[in-house]
Design a protein around this ligand. Structure first.
Ligand SMILES: C[S@@+](CC[C@H](N)C(=O)[O-])C[C@H]1O[C@@H](n2cnc3c(N)ncnc32)[C@H](O)[C@@H]1O
Length: 226
């Protein structure tokens, strides 16, 4: 697919294929990606600062490591919801939550985060790591607007994602080439994280720029504009 360096790659695989791929990967995911990605997820959790008593939603909870941190932070009086496409991930994450006795404050669902089944304005904060970049370009604003819809006034959103900059390094160009050539193996692609959030109505409060294997990863905290 030919594109200028400012355009982000399109997603060519279907959601059914993505779901099947994450179902297959779920049992090995922590071994494959868990350790290398966790430190970036942790930065996202740090800037989100989930508090006691809050209601938090995680989109694309994967094997559930961040869910545990969120469930501990909100305490007995809080609640954590999770939405993930993959049934395999649902099973692993549910078992992880159950094993530490936190099932009473965590409610997980299996489904597409482009259509959230939650009421308007019922969530204090949304968290998502390495998931927004899996949505095709026209769907990114839809997912972010869904986050905005379920968030309370002044609610916050933290996204951790591979990120695209206007000046691309050779590493990013090579990565994007590999993404377009082998979409079933290289399934995340860099996106304009803060810009997408801002376009969807979030005021950017904090943005931490990091690198993973030479590729930019941003953790961005936004607040709903009043
Ligand atoms: C790359 S993994 C990241 C998992 C976890 N957030 C982490 O950082 O380890 C992406 C997750 O998003 C989920 N996912 C992919 N497409 C989704 C969609 N349309 N709606 C909800 N979850 C989705 C996948 O099943 C997978 O668990």
């Amino acid at each position: 697919m030919a594109h200028t360096s400012d355009q982000i790659s399109r997603v060519t695989r279907t959601k059914e294929t993505a779901k099947a791929s994450y179902d297959r990967m779920s049992r090995w995911y922590d071994l494959i990606a868990g350790t290398s990605e966790w430190k970036f997820v942790k930065v996202g959790l740090d800037i989100l600062k989930a508090k006691e008593g809050e209601t938090i939603l995680e989109i694309g909870y994967g094997t559930g490591k961040a869910l545990l941190a969120l469930a501990e932070a909100v305490g007995d009086g809080g609640r954590v919801y999770g939405m993930d496409l993959s049934e395999g991930m649902y099973r692993i994450a549910s078992e992880r939550v159950r094993a530490v006795g936190l099932s009473d404050r965590v409610e997980l669902r299996c489904g597409d985060a482009a259509e959230l089944p939650y009421e308007d304005r019922c969530i204090d904060a949304v968290f998502s790591s390495f998931t927004l970049e899996l949505f095709d370009t026209p769907e990114i604003p839809i997912v972010l607007r869904e986050c905005g819809r379920v968030l309370r006034k002044d609610g916050r959103l933290t996204v951790v994602s591979m990120s695209k900059k206007h000046e691309e390094s050779i590493a990013v160009r090579l990565y994007e080439w590999a993404y377009e050539k082998f979409p079933n193996y290289v399934d995340c692609r860099p996106i304009y994280v803060a810009q997408s959030m801002s376009d969807a109505g979030f005021h950017i409060v904090e943005s931490v720029e990091m690198k993973m294997w030479g590729l930019p990863v941003d953790a961005v905290l936004g607040r709903m504009k009043p």
